[in-house]
Write a protein that binds this ligand. Structure first.
Ligand code: PLP
Length: 367
């Protein structure tokens, strides 16, 4: 592993044809998720002989990819998802970005990729946000940042590649779920699983998503917004959604969330909400929760609320749960009171409106 403190110098090659301000502001009137991109990208390359090199901030543009490029065949690819916010007093901030840098390193290790020093990850993200700060929407929106890395060696042999490209792109976004904060409907798949013990469930890799898309399509086919996975060994324990962690609010006021045993992605939103809940004197039990328990608790009223969480959607109330054997509602089928409170507490900190006692907010100088 490499030192976490290495620094590189980013060459700046500003985009010669940035989007005119009027056009950008027009595009901001109707923001979707991940459809519009900023003018620049950060790129750092790695090779076995040179290490990290050729760091640059440059115009966003396609990569030339050789047809034998390793990522196209064996899918050595990892990514992160984070956001830059413009606060009410016009500061630009990131939320716990060092956690994304650390998790990116953990994902790299699992995928036999070189570990990007956390300082270089931070530098790339900060320099991109700085040059494209005009792309951070005001108000409810944010600038979604997508750091990622892929195997770029031209080689068909099966072993870890000897060349990689690390890149960060940025996309101004509005709300993740169409229809805003309405409670979502989940599909519990009993056909497909997402991750097994010893697999890649805790790594943020494209391959996990590739494997989950058919289950997500199954969910959509049943009129649901998102899929929820059960464990691969017993098909019994609730794990998480395709891209979000899950919480249950019990009628004694406590929270339950599945434990991080290697098959679940360790969400930074998950971690933040556990901390905020405990700050509020709420008991949080990280323990296995079965699908049978879920059905029974929803029916008896022992389960009061449930929600999903992740950077993109922040916190989404779960209203209805559908499965091969039927469906059930949670509470009155709408976003619950504690769900709403935790969401507001977290968004308040991210937006600089509430006190940040854990120093999660990372202000960006020079913007
Ligand atoms: C990214 C991701 C999450 C949420 O993580 P955050 O750090 O909260 O954004 C949850 N599950 C999966 C599978 C993910 O890829």
């Amino acid at each position: 592993m490499q030192a976490a403190t290495a620094q590189v110098k980013f060459e700046h090659r500003p985009n010669a044809n940035p989007m005119p301000q009027a056009e950008r502001e027009k595009a901001f009137e109707n923001l979707g998720f991940g459809t519009l991109f900023s003018d620049h990208m950060a790129v750092v390359r790695w090779s076995a002989d040179k290490g990290w090199h050729s760091a640059e901030i440059t115009a966003r543009a396609p990569f030339p990819v050789d047809p034998a490029s390793a990522v196209l065949h064996y899918a050595q690819e990892i990514f992160e998802g984070m956001k830059a916010y413009r606060t009410a007093d016009d500061k630009v901030v990131l939320f716990r970005p060092e956690q994304n840098a650390r998790r990116f390193g953990a994902s790299a290790e699992r995928m036999a990729m070189p570990v990007l020093p956390e300082d270089i990850f931070m530098q790339a993200v900060e320099e991109l946000v700085r040059i494209d700060s005009a792309w951070i929407p005001k108000g409810e929106g944010s600038l979604y940042l997508r750091p990622f890395m892929f195997a770029a060696e031209t080689f068909l042999g099966v072993r870890p590649a000897r060349e990689y490209v690390f890149c960060v792109i940025a996309s101004p976004v509005g709300p993740y779920f169409k229809g805003g904060a309405k409670a979502v409907t989940l599909w519990v798949t009993e056909t497909y699983t997402r991750a097994a013990q010893g697999g890649t469930g805790a790594a943020k890799c494209g391959g996990n998503y590739a494997a989950s898309l058919i289950a997500q399509a199954e969910a959509v086919g049943h009129g649901c917004d998102q899929v929820v996975f059960l464990d691969a060994a017993e098909h019994r324990w609730v794990e998480e959604l395709g891209g979000m962690n899950v919480f249950f609010v019990m009628n004694d006021g406590s929270l339950v969330t599945p434990p991080l045993t290697g098959t679940i992605l360790p969400g930074i939103t998950r971690d933040s909400l556990i901390t905020l809940a405990r700050d509020n004197g709420i008991t949080v039990n990280e323990r296995p929760y079965s699908f049978d328990e879920w059905k029974a608790d929803a029916a008896s009223g022992k389960l009061r609320e449930a929600f999903a969480c992740g950077t993109a959607a922040v916190v989404a109330g779960i209203g209805t749960v559908r499965h091969a054997g039927g469906e059930f509602k949670i509470g009155n089928g709408e976003t619950g009171f504690l769900t709403e409170k935790l969401r507001n507490d977290l968004v308040g900190i991210q937006r600089g409106k509430a006190s940040d006692k854990h120093a999660w907010v990372h202000p960006l100088a020079g913007v």
